[in-house]
Design a binder for this molecule. Structure first.
Ligand code: DI6
Ligand code: FE
Length: 398
């Protein structure tokens, strides 16, 4: 079989099936950015390519996927971090005009080029650890113009760097001051004015909302979901992060790709997610940073067969984190996930959380997005803290 490139003498974590899908004596062949063979060298068809890369026994995983980020935003919240160190809670700060609304001000003050420029170092940190696909949400503009500007900036990231960007419209993230006391009117404006324009411009791949006491109610969330459906867009939800408003079940009933955070998720929510195939995206960086003590119901999610993804939630308020390797370590250490679950969480299940069936595993037909690692066993990718063993990263065969 003739192809563009062969990566030989590799050990593969194909992530095919339920576990890691280990292939000890592996080889990958790709043509036109797609994998044509990934598996045991002994079972490979005759392969021939102008470019042959000797991996010298290194491990190859699928390129990592960060399926929940707020990478685009103005400013930072280091001052608020200091207030929290002095005892203020995240919710107190949010209720007194800080929090998301302070990032909204900084984001509105920036133009598209500035938003791109400030996000690039964060994106580069992810890329340096083997990330090949990243989801980016809006939600710090909270008005028509800035929400659109954020999504344009997010899309621009994929022309600035060799990386795939999935964009999510999160207009219902916080109530902007112009609509104080009238969240329903804000949601109406999002559904009737902003979302139709964003959909028409093709700027969003999904719609998300923050269903929470300091965010939006379940009925308001449901209106966002219905509007998304009218525009043919899939939905996701920030659910059960600080309290249980039964957002995950609501999301599942709308066929959501994922419900994210989930510390306060209950059995009914788990059953609904299992029934709809909604991915549970866990965000241990936010759990750690806000010093949450309530764990997401991992064992029940596992027992119900709900696929678990892991992501950075990179945002200035609750998770200023740009390391998916550290997220895996936190997933294992804080949430007691296994190595196989952590790896699946940033590959196979992260792809599913974005509705991207063309990536997340190493198998024929998938995109050739690879991470090649200087490790002796896959567990090392989860075990270390603050060490980056990436040897090379391949995006779309390059
Ligand atoms: N949940 C979070 O953890 C982030 N957004 C959300 O809905 C926090 C965003 C922020 O504080 O800026
Ligand atoms: Fe988030």
């Amino acid at each position: 079989m003739r192809c563009d490139t062969i990566w030989k003498d590799a050990r593969l974590a194909t992530m095919v099936g339920d576990g890691i899908g280990v292939v000890e004596r592996g080889i990958i062949a790709a043509s036109d950015g797609k994998i044509v063979y990934a598996g045991a060298v002994d079972d490979a068809p005759g392969l021939d390519a102008p470019r042959v890369v000797d991996c010298e026994g290194r491990w190859i995983t699928p390129g990592l996927i960060d399926c929940h980020t707020h990478l685009i935003h103005g400013g930072d919240r280091a001052a608020e971090f200091e207030m929290r160190l002095d005892g203020a809670s995240y919710e107190q700060i949010a209720r007194t005009g800080g929090g998301i609304v302070s990032t909204m001000r900084a984001t509105r003050a920036a133009n598209e080029a500035e938003l791109v420029a400030s996000a690039l170092p964060r994106l580069d940190a992810l890329i340096a650890e083997g990330v090949t696909t990243v989801e980016v949400k809006s939600g710090y503009g909270l008005d028509r113009e800035t929400e659109i500007c954020m999504l344009r900036a997010a899309r621009r990231l994929s022309s600035e760097r060799p990386v795939s960007v999935a964009t999510t419209f999160l207009g219902a993230h916080a109530l902007p001051p112009e609509y104080a006391g009238d969240a329903d009117a804000y949601v109406t404006m999002l559904c009737d004015e902003v979302l139709p324009e964003i959909a028409a411009l093709g700027l969003a791949d999904a719609v998300d909302a923050f269903c929470e006491g300091i965010g939006f109610t379940p009925p308001q969330t449901e209106r966002m979901f219905s509007a998304a459906a009218r525009h043919g867009l899939p939905v996701k939800l920030h659910a059960e992060q600080l309290s249980n408003l039964h957002g995950a079940a609501l999301a599942a009933h709308h066929g959501a790709l994922s419900a994210d955070h989930l510390e306060f998720l209950d059995e009914t929510g788990i059953a609904a997610m299992a029934a709809s195939g909604t991915v549970a995206t866990l965000l241990p960086g936010a759990y750690y940073f806000v010093r949450e003590t309530r764990l997401p119901p991992i064992e029940a999610l596992r027992a119900a067969g709900v696929p678990i993804a892991l992501a950075t939630d990179c945002n200035p308020g609750t998770s200023p984190l740009t390391s998916l390797l550290l997220v895996m370590n936190m997933g294992a250490t804080l949430f007691r996930l296994t190595v196989a679950e952590c790896l699946a969480g940033v590959t196979r299940n992260a792809a599913r959380a974005l509705g991207l069936a063309d990536r997340g595993t190493l198998e024929a037909g998938k995109r050739c997005d690879l991470a090649i690692w200087d490790v002796e066993r896959p567990a090392e990718l989860v075990y270390r803290m603050g060490f980056n063993p990436l040897h090379a990263r391949i995006w779309s065969g390059q």
